[in-house]
Design a protein around this ligand. Structure first.
Ligand code: AMP
Length: 396
């Protein structure tokens, strides 16, 4: 009998899935339900053997999508019986300080995840809906929660606390959590594997540069510092997010322009970053195109973005006390030679080099032959990490 594990990533109007066969860890199906709750039907796009197909599906809720997905797996003969699904792993945005790793979702842990919703009000409630939909439709199948935050729970106190009154940590739980943990952990593991080294023996900086972006310093296989903070707004400049700015700008705008908290939040989350600086787009491809044509705002946005990545790399190399591997991943990190090159420019004092030919042709290792640090492109795959974690937990 087959053993299949499904990875689920539920968004406010979407549900993304990937189905893997174990023990081979072979991906056999993936798909995406979109426009959930926006009308009486939703759109499903899926791929079974590489080809892409789509259909319209009746239903309005995440639960309708899950029911349809299970029927679809039977209809497409991906499973002969639903008991072949041995586990479902769910991406969960926030595990707070409580979840130091992934967990099988029982009543108690579900309650705990719900109680952390104030930390990720746009995400945790939706992730919970996904878990509950599967619990209702596959009651005998273990559900596993894989948290975006848990990889960073190994950060030392001096790196996760903010220099504000300590009681705000004690009373309100204000601290750095960090996000993209599943991605940072996955690419670090894959990088060590492809170098034929033990993860525990490497000092690694992982740059997850997508529409959202974060950088993580990894030592002994553990996250010791990361650039996102209490929320995913902190750290490097992003597609529409400002990243780190002087916090007084918030109060200044409130006083000077009578902007409300909601307006300031909108400005920092949706109207800043590439989009805000360039006035062109939040999409790195558009910025690159305008940069190549010499558009001054695009040049500025590009220099600001790469400059901040570079500063973070330097700071994290200092934190790690050295560096063996520098990883670029996610949409920008994997696909933009110019951003990799500019972010590494001038870092030869840390042993960081970029070979132009290797970088432009997207080789796995883009550093120069004699470069001390292995600069690598490692495609991220959060779904694969989610099914791996799920498999580990259900096999115990
Ligand atoms: P993600 O959030 O990981 O899906 O990444 C999205 C970001 O990756 C967007 O800013 C895209 O513009 C960027 N991206 C995707 N493909 C490319 C490419 N070929 N060159 C530059 N940026 C890219």
């Amino acid at each position: 009998m087959k053993e299949l594990i499904i990875a689920i990533n539920s968004g406010s109007s979407s549900l993304k899935f990937q189905v893997y066969e174990f023990p081979e860890e072979k991906k056999i199906a993936k798909g995406l339900f979109e426009r959930i709750g926006l009308a009486s039907s939703m759109d499903l796009t899926y791929s079974l053997d590489g080809g892409k197909s789509s259909r319209s599906v009746k239903g309005e809720t995440h639960e309708d999508a899950v029911k349809y997905l299970l029927d679809f797996l039977l209809e497409e003969k991906i499973v002969a019986d639903l008991s072949e699904i041995t586990g479902v792993g769910h991406r969960v945005a926030h595990g707070g300080e409580f979840f130091k790793g992934s967990c099988i979702v029982e009543d108690e842990s579900l309650k705990k995840i719900k109680s952390l919703s104030h930390l990720a009000p746009l995400h945790n409630p939706i992730n919970i809906m996904g878990i509950e939909a599967f619990k209702n439709n596959l009651p005998a199948c273990p559900q596993v929660a894989v948290f975006d935050t848990s990889f960073h729970q190994t950060m030392p106190e001096e790196n996760y606390l903010y220099p504000i009154p300590y009681k705000l940590y004690e009373e309100e739980g204000i601290r750095r959590f960090g996000f993209h943990g599943t991605s940072h952990q996955f690419v670090a593991t894959e990088a060590a594997k492809s170098l034929g080294k033990k993860l525990e023996d490497l000092k690694i900086i992982s740059c997850h540069l997508g529409n959202g972006g974060s950088i993580c310093g990894i030592k002994n296989g553990q996250s010791v510092i990361t650039s996102m903070g209490f929320t995913p707004l902190a750290g490097i400049m992003m597609g529409t997010r400002c990243g780190d700015i002087d916090p007084s700008i918030v109060t200044y705008l409130g006083r000077k322009k009578q902007m409300s908290f909601a307006e300031i939040e909108q400005m920092m989350n949706q109207d800043s970053g590439f989009k805000g600086v360039s006035g062109i787009s939040s999409d790195a491809r558009d910025i690159e195109e305008a940069f190549e044509q010499g558009d001054p705002k695009a040049v500025l946005a590009m220099n600001m973005f790469c400059g901040r990545v570079k500063q973070m790399i330097g700071a994290y190399a200092a934190e790690l006390g050295g560096l063996d591997v520098l990883i670029f991943t996610a949409g920008i990190g994997e696909n933009s030679p110019i951003i990799r090159q500019l972010s590494c420019e001038g870092l030869s004092l840390f042993g960081i080099t970029v070979d132009e030919e290797r970088n432009n042709t997207r080789q796995a290792i883009v550093s120069q032959e004699n470069g001390r640090v292995a600069v690598m492109i490692v495609p991220t795959n959060e779904e694969r990490m989610i099914v791996r974690e799920t498999n580990q937990l259900i096999s115990k």
